[in-house]
Design a protein around this ligand. Structure first.
Ligand code: GAL
Length: 415
């Protein structure tokens, strides 16, 4: 045991929390947005691991799904010279922050990462040839969660096409069940919309949301996407304005609603409520997306502390712990995701996670593995934000699909 760990353990045991122990423990301030039941449990594993290693965890949690509020808080912190030790940042935003010259490389902790990460994800963790981010797990975004009792009552099976979906939603309605639980924030609107884009095929998704190809963005298929979203909205309940995603998940958990479109962090809520897949709920790929996989990889980046251009021992230990096999397993078991590190055993995982893993392998081989736009993996912040505005405006007004498509094509040009 290292000196720091010994002092930390003594302190935790209430034995010797004197000045020397306090001075020995580096304090690590961590900014994240994992505040729902399942999310807190998952990040709690990291806190416990770091505390055991002798560091002091300073939690800087900013509530708000998908992190919009957390990102605003982070900018304020960095501008005022109070950057946290680490912050939850992912996708192209990693490079955007690196370009500001405020991050530290963590190569010293990443000796075995290259051979243990899928190449497309390994690349995202880099800036200027150095590792600057540590990845947690892979979330699949294109899921539909269904309350099992509601499904049985409607006499249905998980839908694989939109006509099947609408037929099931109608049956739930006829059986007195609210068909869809939906939250009311722009990122949740965008999550559903990108699901429907994906249902038109992963090639269409890539051309539209990765390449931002104007012809694809203005195609009849895209009109169809907006029409389908409008139709799905007909099955929402009235109270969605401002509703958090986990409250919508709770409606499905408690049988107040039949279905929710959400990434598999929702599974963390089911697990936290003691619910079992296949018994209490069913996870299915969004209709029409069985062979595709929108990935969302959470990661932490590490900020310069007191003007130092290299990582502190605590930052290096944090990065190392995040990628350790034991942490990868336990974090994902609570979070609803699957480990991003290759070769971690899936034995302890449930059917939904095993399906996620199997579907991921298929999608990678077939070209159906695509980055989620709604979760910051596909585009720089500015373009993603402009597209999000278009989708949210459409979903919160009576705008027609043609007007939305024209606005979308314009938004995609945002630099
Ligand atoms: C996503 C994030 C997930 C989950 C979700 C809801 O963007 O990647 O880890 O936390 O937001 O907050």
């Amino acid at each position: 045991m290292k000196f720091r760990a010994i002092m930390g353990a003594l302190c935790a045991a209430g034995l010797m929390c004197g000045v020397s122990a306090v001075q020995a423990a580096e304090s690590i301030e961590v900014l994240h947005w994992w505040t729902s039941g399942g999310e807190s449990k998952a990040v709690g594993v990291l806190k416990d691991d770091m505390t055991k290693e002798g560091y002091t965890w300073k939690d800087f949690a900013v509530a708000g799904g998908a992190g919009a509020a957390a990102m605003t808080a982070l900018k304020t912190q960095v501008i005022s010279g109070n950057a946290p030790s680490a912050a939850q940042i992912k996708g192209p935003l990693i490079q955007e922050w690196a370009a500001q010259g405020v991050l530290v490389p963590i190569d010293a902790s990443a000796g075995d990462w290259k051979k243990n990460l899928p190449p497309e994800i390994d690349k995202i963790m880099h800036a200027d040839g150095h590792y600057v981010a540590a990845p947690f797990s892979v979330h699949r975004v294109n899921w539909l969660y269904i309350n099992k009792a509601a499904l049985d009552k409607a006499g249905g099976k998980a839908p694989t096409t939109w006509p099947e979906f609408f037929a099931l939603a109608d049956k739930m309605k006829a059986a007195g069940i609210q068909p869809i639980a939906m939250g009311g924030q722009p990122w949740q609107d965008l999550t559903l919309w990108e699901d429907v884009v994906l249902s038109q095929g992963s090639d269409f998704y890539k051309k539209a949301l990765v390449d931002l190809d104007q012809k694809t963005l203005t195609s009849d298929k895209m009109l169809n996407v907006f029409d389908t979203v409008r139709k799905i909205q007909g099955y929402f309940d009235a109270g969605r304005t401002g509703r958090d995603w986990n409250l919508a998940t709770a409606m499905v958990i408690n049988g107040k609603a039949g279905m929710q479109f959400m990434g598999d962090w929702a599974k963390g809520e089911f697990a936290n409520a003691g619910k079992k897949s296949g018994v209490d709920y069913v996870c299915a790929a969004v209709p029409g997306t069985e062979k595709s996989y929108t990935f969302n990889v959470d990661s932490f980046v590490f900020f310069q502390q007191k003007g130092q251009k290299s990582a502190t021992p605590g930052q290096l230990a944090l990065a190392k712990t995040i990628m350790s096999p034991a942490f990868q397993e336990q974090f994902s078991l609570y979070k609803g995701s699957i480990p991003v590190r290759l070769g971690v055993s899936m034995d302890k995982f449930d059917d939904c996670a095993k399906k996620s893993y199997a579907d991921e392998q298929v999608a990678i081989k077939s070209g159906g593995y695509v980055p989620s736009l709604a979760h910051g993996m596909a585009q720089p912040d500015a373009a993603a934000g402009a597209i999000s505005d278009v989708v949210t405006k459409f979903m919160n007004s009576q705008e027609d699909s043609k007007t939305a498509v024209a606005a979308l094509a314009k938004a995609a040009k945002t630099k």
